[in-house]
Design a protein. Structure first.
Length: 87
């Protein structure tokens, strides 16, 4: 989890470049991170888990920080558009 935790700025950039290089080669990458900026930079699709439950899958192009934050906090929109909070 958090592939860049504890790395200096240069090493973080190296890791990002390696991930982006593999993406450009159409390789599948599973990135697990709690760093939202990292997720937004490197992902095409974002799946959010909260307490072991899948809260949602969002295309990066459509994702907002607010939407992802709600999902990360266990709050999702129900089928009727109302908010549902996971306990």
């Amino acid at each position: 989890m958090n592939p860049t935790r504890g790395l200096d700025v240069g090493a973080i950039e190296f890791v990002y470049e390696q991930i982006e290089s593999q993406k450009s080669r159409k390789k599948a990458i599973l990135l697990i991170s709690t760093e939202l900026s990292e997720i937004l930079r490197l992902s095409d699709r974002i799946a959010v888990l909260f307490q072991g439950r899948l809260m949602g899958i969002v295309e990066r192009k459509e994702a907002t920080v607010e939407q992802l934050g709600r999902l990360m906090a266990g709050i999702s929109a129900g089928k009727d558009g109302n908010r549902n909070e996971e306990a």
